[in-house]
Design a protein around this ligand. Structure first.
Ligand code: ATP
Ligand code: MG
Length: 402
């Protein structure tokens, strides 16, 4: 095959994917099998927004372990909720924010105003911005539902003041409702008495059983793959692998990677071998969506930590030690390095988004105080480095340097 033929063949030749993008992490499927109960409960919580005689603001928390469809449940349900409301001439707007990329109340409020209401809010305080927003909603008779995903990136006070904004005109005319999404441990650390007093309902979403994971895999495989490219055995094997974690993301990633590997080898069937190989290659705790939201300086910081650990063959390091490797990484990628306090702040963020762990190390001899030890996720350093490099190069290529 000539080089040209190879290009044409890869572009238009056979693939076992009929719609690869339906397995991308950000894709929200047209149906959510096995989540009927949660969808109903979420919708019922927001029924009061539909009342003619004035709506009430509602704050709901969706809490559950990784990969069990919290984000999908929220996006799917509220998209349909807003559509159905608008078909009955009730003006409901649903806005979704992932707090990994919008990390403060101010960032979220400014984005709401500029992106969705075309109001420039530079120079105004948060209170003034909220005031403008509430007035605008009131004028347009619009109810706003804001989803704050990965809400632990904000602090309780920020979330509280968004709740308070919802109650601006008293409970008769409440125009802002919220959905807070979080994993259980983070949720517990966020929740305090004032906050819990404003949460009307908390959906504790359970993990998936093996059979539920199988049902989800059947549905998603049918959307993404040519029917002859897999069998019941293929999906059952993936369901067995994913069942202990109760995590649908794990199953879908294995399916995707298994499919990709088969496709690259120009195979027309995803045999068990491809699934087993994919299993060894998938690290559900290393989330691609989280990595992609990281800023270039944060990627370089985690790279510094990972390189330090790799060079030393150790499991933990310190700010001082890894800062050196961070500087080298910046030099290599020709990105201006930052001072140690910025590096420390980046490490803090990486810890918060779950990309780095922290522990307090033993007191070194002759030194005072304990030094915080930095650790990475329980995955091979080389895998982490490879994924960081891919995203870093992509960002630098796009000149996405902030
Ligand atoms: N019931 C379902 N039907 C079809 N696909 C699903 C279902 N539940 C989850 N998924 C898919 O599984 C993957 C993980 O779901 P999602 O991202 O919503 O999990 P999450 O609970 O938000 O996890 P995290 O805490 O890590 O953010 C997504 O690709 C989602 O589309
Ligand atoms: Mg999520």
């Amino acid at each position: 095959m000539s080089g040209y033929d190879r290009v044409i063949d890869s572009m238009f030749g056979k693939s076992i994917f009929k719609s690869e993008s339906t397995l991308f992490p950000e894709f929200v499927p047209p149906e959510l099998p096995t989540r009927d109960r949660e969808i109903t409960r979420l919708v019922k919580n927001f029924r009061s927004l539909l009342g003619k005689e004035g709506s009430f603001s509602v704050n709901v928390a969706i809490v559950g372990q990784p990969g069990i469809g919290k984000t999908a449940l929220c996006k799917y349900t509220m998209k349909h909720f807003a559509e159905a409301a608008s078909s009955r001439n009730i003006n409901v707007k649903f806005l979704y924010y992932n707090c990994h990329s919008f990390r403060s109340k101010t960032a979220i409020l400014r984005n709401i105003l500029s992106e969705h209401f075309r109001i420039q809010s530079r120079g105004f305080s948060d209170e003034e911005i909220l005031d403008m927003l509430v007035k605008r909603l009131s004028r347009e008779d619009m109810r706003l539902i804001i989803a704050l995903d990965e809400a632990n990136m904000l602090n309780s006070d920020d979330i509280l003041s968004i709740f308070h904004a919802g109650e601006y005109f008293g409970s008769e005319q409440s125009l802002i409702s919220t959905i807070i999404i979080s994993r259980p441990i983070e949720w517990r650390s966020l929740l305090n008495v004032p906050l819990s007093g404003h949460i009307h309902d908390q959906l504790d979403v359970p993990g998936y059983t093996r059979d539920q994971i199988l049902e989800i895999l059947e549905y998603r495989a049918n959307l993404a793959l040519v029917p002859t490219s897999y069998s019941d055995d293929t999906l059952n094997l993936i369901a067995d692998i994913s069942a202990p974690s109760q995590n649908a993301r794990l199953g879908l990633e294995i399916l995707y990677r298994g499919g990709k590997n088969a496709d690259l080898k120009l195979e027309s069937f995803i045999s068990a071998e491809y699934i087993r190989a994919a299993k060894a290659d998938v690290y559900p705790e290393l989330r691609r969506d989280v990595l992609e939201e990281l800023r270039v300086q944060e990627l370089l910081s985690i790279m510094g930590v990972a390189r330090k650990l790799k060079a030393e063959g150790s499991t933990s390091t310190t700010i001082d030690e890894s800062y050196e490797d961070y500087l080298l990484s910046c030099e290599e990628y020709e990105i201006e390095s930052r001072g140690k306090s910025t590096f420390r702040a980046a490490i803090e963020t990486l810890h918060k988004v779950g990309m780095l762990g922290k522990s307090v190390g033993p007191i070194a001899q002759g030194k005072r105080g304990r030094r915080a030890q930095i650790t990475i996720l329980d995955i091979p350093v080389s895998v982490l480095l490879e994924r960081i490099e891919t995203i870093l190069k992509k960002k630098i290529g796009e000149n996405n340097l902030d």
